[in-house]
Design a protein around this ligand. Sequence first.
Ligand code: GUN
Length: 301
Amino acid sequence: MSTTGNNSETKIIDGKKIAAEIRAEAGEEVIELKKENIEPCLAVVLVGNNAASKVYVGSKVRACEEVGIKSIKLDLAADISEDDLLSEIQKLNDDSGVHGILVQLPLPHHINEERVTEAIDPGKDVDGFHPVNVGKLSIGIDCLTPCTPSGIPEMIVRSGIEMSGKHAVVIGRSNIVGKPMMNILVQKGAKANCTVTCCHSGTDHLAEYTRQADILIAAIGVPEFVTAGMVKEGATVIDVGINRVEDPEHSRGYRLVGDVDFEDVKEIAGAITPVPGGVGPMTVAMLMKNTVKAAKMLQHS
Ligand code: GUN
């Protein structure tokens, strides 16, 4: 394996710029829908006071404003009963003016997330977490797909990198990223058609797999886990992690790092996403796309 790397040639994939392009495209589609008297509308449900969730929900509502999507924000108390939350979701399901429903996770411990996810109308499930959408994705039927993994092929292809025929290795098997990522990458089509390997906490000799990746996607939630020795020279490295690490020199007392040791890996990768400014902004942009898609699906149903 080379130890020299190719730092001068490494492409830093600009997630902010690509996300802005996608939001602009969604905005164009919204203008067309409004000509047909359809105003796409996203309902965002926040339960309790989780500080990170509040930040995420705020950025989703702001993106809606920018793109021209109407948003409804439901701020529900942390001690709301599961039944009351389910009846709020039912009201949104029944409201023909609402096209997308997103319940921000995690939920307080007394609420069963699975039951809540399954209560959302699959046609309005802009997170793509409902088992109907999970099943459709796995058998290649067009559907609403999870925002974070859906944004990753967009970043790769819009950076001029070919995906078809490449070996993609996903580290992580969560229902939000790892598993849907595998299902997206394996489908036929220009923005997929990969040979897919999934590694996880049970994988022996992990680096033997990651070093074979043309496209390496890290979604494990362990700060700076992926180092240069785990990466093939010239690989495309996508970092899904957002981890807080203590840093007394930073005004907030912490800094944000990904699952990839960026400074180390950029010496060997062909292309790499930074944290922040990589995958993060893409998630919200894909949510805008999904909301528009849900509005179009409802229009044609
Ligand atoms: N919490 C962390 N990521 C997500 C996401 O993609 N959707 C929702 N609803 N909650 C989250």
